[in-house]
Design a protein around this ligand. Structure first.
Ligand code: SF4
Ligand code: SF4
Length: 473
């Protein structure tokens, strides 16, 4: 039944294969010879299949676990260096006809105020985000074919790209909207989106159906096969994820890896990113309602195992997580992070936060401003990057993956991180952040191995200081 190349959700995410994998992982997978041979393969930093990764996830041996943590750090360093790409979510509308029980936007929640931003309000939000320093957004909206139409999304994307305030501009718009048709995905691609993001929530069909009792999203197959349609529609950067805590994390961990394997097998390229959200409380939602809640320790372990299993997928963490947890997973594999986020509709520009906060999709655990997050990252020896260069230079899909796999992408990432950080320091940073940033950039320039690129980057940084913007590799 299990067939990674199949077009059918139940065949590429086969329940029997997941159960069999987990059973194998806790028994045969833990035998010394097996686990050591998996470790040996993992050390090559080329990834693991879902069975091998499941054996590591199930491992209880402290020595092996600490080897995995170290390996995750090494992989992060090798492919992503110490850069962290910054982004912010932008909520367009919380109208939704679905019944997801873990989300306050579900149709039956009458306590929440429903808002859909007009184009003028979107402009205001974008200006507020630009004034913070953001260059990359992830659009969020509920599913509502009457209120949140494809035309509305297309117009909103156009508005966002066209809005320019002072030196600000949004250079990459990613979008997280409901599963749709190939034709609609084509339209999103033509509108210039970066990544199409859609979380599976849980791969466990029965749990999925219980948690999504109504609305179009209740169709497990339609939702699970969405990335296939997105890729058929020409979107070659897709972002997947599960909401950890809905089902057993080990089940969803294996399902997630099978989804990656499916996209690689049937579309020739895996997902651009994996997001790792955990269930959080919100209006009408309590995390205690979910028996499978994931502890901080389990969460950091999942991130490390994912990094080892999938070295080539960027990994994203949001402000659902606290500063402490974000700090812990940073070096284990996270490559993108949101900062200064608001998870409500109109939350960036509206001064009446009390009203707007009622529309929040989930409670934020990291309330720091973008400048505070940028400063903190630098104190952790990470370079906050506002780079959006790849998608704008056509480095997407398999082209991007081959540069990442051959480790050549670093020749773009490091200079771009330094240049975009310099832009941030010039235009938006506090004095304290600017001072620390200048030191970090000087050190970062020193670390560029290729002499020609180093000299070009030094030149570009000088130009940015003199007022030039949007220079990149
Ligand atoms: Fe609607 Fe998405 Fe919330 Fe489900 S998770 S209720 S689809 S906004
Ligand atoms: Fe991302 Fe490409 Fe920029 Fe590197 S160069 S940070 S991969 S957009």
């Amino acid at each position: 039944m299990y067939n990674s190349k199949s077009n059918y959700a139940d065949e590429f995410i086969s329940h029997e294969e997941i159960i069999d994998t987990l059973d194998w992982a806790v028994h045969e997978g833990q035998q010394q010879a097996t686990i050591y041979s998996i470790l040996e393969k993992a050390e090559l930093m080329r990834g693991l299949n879902h069975r091998e990764a499941a054996a590591l996830l199930m491992c209880d041996d402290q020595e092996i676990k600490s080897q995995i943590f170290n390996l995750a750090r090494k992989i992060k360093k090798r492919y992503y260096g110490n850069r962290i790409v910054m982004f912010a979510p932008l909520y367009l509308s919380n109208y939704c006809i679905n019944g997801c029980v873990y989300c306050p936007y579900h149709a039956k929640n009458k306590d929440i105020k429903r808002i859909q931003l007009t184009q003028e309000e979107i402009r205001k939000e974008v200006i507020a985000l630009q004034d913070m320093g953001h260059k990359r957004l992830a659009l969020e909206a509920g599913e509502d074919p009457i209120n949140n139409t494809m035309d509305y999304y297309l117009e909103s994307i156009k508005t966002i790209y066209e809005t320019k305030h002072r030196n600000g501009s949004i250079r990459r718009v990613n979008i997280n909207v409901a599963a749709t048709t190939v034709e609609d995905y084509r339209k999103l691609k033509a509108a210039g989106i970066g990544t199409y993001i859609l979380f599976q929530e849980t791969y466990h069909r029965k749990t999925y159906e219980e948690l999504h009792p109504s609305g179009p999203k209740s169709d497990y197959g339609w939702h699970t096969e969405a990335m296939d349609r997105a890729m058929d529609g020409g979107i070659d950067d897709v972002g997947i994820g599960v909401l950890f805590g809905l089902d057993r994390f080990a089940y969803d961990f294996v399902g997630l890896l099978m989804h990656v394997e499916h996209l690689e097998a049937s579309k020739g390229v895996g997902p651009h990113t994996i997001s790792v959200p955990r269930i959080r409380p919100a209006s009408d939602v309590s995390a205690e309602d979910f028996d499978n809640a994931v502890s901080d320790e389990q969460f950091t372990w999942i991130v490390a195992c994912l990094r080892v299993a999938e070295p080539y997928c960027g990994m994203i963490i949001s402000t659902r997580e606290s500063q402490d947890v974000r700090g812990r997973v940073l070096e284990l594999g996270i490559s993108q992070m949101s900062g200064g986020s608001r998870t409500s509709v109109g939350g960036y520009s509206d001064v009446d936060h009390e009203v707007i906060d009622e529309t929040a999709q989930f409670d934020i655990a990291d309330h720091r401003t973008l400048d505070e997050v940028v400063y903190w990252l630098m104190t952790q020896d990470h370079i906050p990057s506002f780079c959006t260069a790849c998608y704008r230079s056509g480095r997407t899909g398999d082209r991007f993956m081959s540069l990442l796999k051959s480790e050549q992408i670093v020749n773009c990432c490091q200079p771009n991180a330094l240049m975009t950080l310099q832009e941030y320091l010039e235009d938006y940073a506090s004095l304290k952040t600017k001072k620390l940033g200048e030191t970090l950039i000087a050190r970062g320039l020193h670390d560029i191995g290729n002499e020609k690129i180093r000299l070009q980057t030094i030149d570009s940084i000088e130009k940015i200081k003199q007022g030039k913007r949007d220079l990149c590799y």
